[in-house]
Write a protein that binds this ligand. Sequence first.
Ligand code: GDP
Length: 199
Amino acid sequence: MRVTAARFLGASARPGGEPAAGLPEVAIAGRSNVGKSSLLNRLVGRRGLARISATPGRTRQLNFFAVNERFVLVDLPGYGFAVGPERERLGWGPLVEGYLLRRATLRGVLLVVDVRRGLEEEETQVLDFLAAAAVPAAVVATKVDKLARSPAHAALERITGTADVPVVAFSARSGEGRDALWRVIREWIAGPPRSLRAT
Ligand code: GDP
């Protein structure tokens, strides 16, 4: 997709604080510092759109970006430091969980992992949570530029073997995987809207 326009729509720091639902939405999830902002910026070709932060956990809100006035990318807060082992629920809390469970315009979630770490306990929890909520997901294995070809291949095989959702190899540095990622996004936003059961 050629991005001709990308703009910050708004942020939400409390449940119900999201911008009015309208265009289809694709959310980006991942632990802090994994490379979510870099991915978002590379995807839309805007260097400074999402703030790239070296400080883990600084972003605790949902950030909404309209792309080509056609769909919305949603940057979710990182979860790497908040998962309590005693809790059944994801350590994200009601802000993100409420969004994922109730946002009618949500079409899919890109779960970003460091290709060198792969899927750990929290990522498996996120994928289980999304499956239970009937939200389509894909794993984006980022920073592939940090591995040589053969170890990268082995790492990707491991991830593909564990995840039962599509896996895309990606590098925000080189741009590798950008087209594959756009294909996933295009398919989601062209698909039917989510049907939420009234509770
Ligand atoms: P976020 O906290 O998940 O939004 O992560 P950032 O996008 O701020 O990235 C964290 C750090 O990883 C920064 O220093 C980035 O420059 C670096 N980084 C992100 N993606 C890549 C990538 O694909 N390749 C390499 N080599 N570094 C990356």
